[in-house]
Design a protein around this ligand. Structure first.
Ligand code: TMP
Ligand code: ASP
Length: 237
């Protein structure tokens, strides 16, 4: 499959058309951004690490029956994906309180939540991706129906169960993560975007060390080493 015109460029990926209208190519970038791209950085090789990590996790989820946009990995930093109409909602699933949840609600950092929390954010840079509830999503016509929103929550929870246990076996705590979904040509909701240390938080089960983009957000150093460690744990069970 060959890359044709650039269709879209986001903060972490470029999306290209291909000769087949049903498929696109996602190229993972080495750029790092945080806090609505106010903080910018670059880490050579980060794109390839995220591409490989995402590929492994999409393959795992497909095996477990979760429909995804993933087709195959094309090179170190490129994958072939199915074309999908993106739903402009970021679905965040949290197992442990940290990040914006602790700031918004005052829950102490590191508190284990009594159940997995699923939140919706409106994917809109101008508005800085505000948190929304189901009614906001319907008023904004981000989803077609309450049952579609329920489907997003169900998928979020199911993916959490699969990933939490997968990472637990690799001595990583899956603290929280963000998912994006799209609709395929049949209108079926499929998991899209990426699952990587850019979009998840991982804490080492034994040392509590952060192995994700918080190393960049909080200037902790060794960003690439952390992403490499996540890939190593995924591959060498
Ligand atoms: P938050 O605590 O900043 O709301 O982040 C929750 C999770 O979502 C965390 O794993 C990082 C991820 N995330 C993104 O992937 N993109 C974003 O724009 C934001 C704000 C968070
Ligand atoms: N939306 C943010 C950005 O890429 C992500 C983050 O804060 O981590 O600018």
């Amino acid at each position: 499959m060959e890359k044709k015109e650039l269709l879209y460029e986001g903060k972490g990926k470029k999306i290209f058309l291909t000769e087949d209208e049903n498929f696109l190519i996602a190229e993972f970038k080495d750029d790092l951004t945080a806090f609505d791209a106010v903080k910018k950085g670059f880490e050579k090789g980060k794109g390839a690490l995220n591409c490989q990590i995402s590929s492994e996790l999409f393959e795992l989820l497909e095996k477990e029956g979760i429909p995804t946009h993933y087709v195959k990995r094309l090179s170190d930093s490129e994958m072939v994906i199915k074309k999908a109409e993106m739903i402009p909602i970021e679905v965040v699933v949290r197992n442990i309180a940290t990040g914006s949840l602790t700031k918004r609600l005052g829950i102490p950092d590191g508190t284990k939540l009594p159940f997995s929390l699923v939140e919706f954010y409106y994917k809109n840079d101008d508005l800085h991706d505000p948190i929304i509830n189901d009614e906001h999503a319907l008023i904004l016509e981000l989803a077609e129906s309450e049952s579609e929103l329920e489907e997003l929550k169900r998928l979020g929870r199911e993916i959490n169960v699969i990933l939490k246990s997968f990472f637990d076996q690799r001595d990583l705590i899956l603290v929280d993560f963000k998912l994006e979904f799209g609709k395929d040509s049949d209108g079926k909701i499929i998991l899209a975007d990426e699952i990587s240390p850019d979009s998840c938080r991982f804490w080492d089960k034994n040392t509590g060390e952060k192995l994700d983009k918080d190393r960049f957000r909080q200037d902790l150093g060794n960003v690439k080493l952390a992403y490499e460690e996540v890939l190593k744990r995924i591959l060498n069970k």
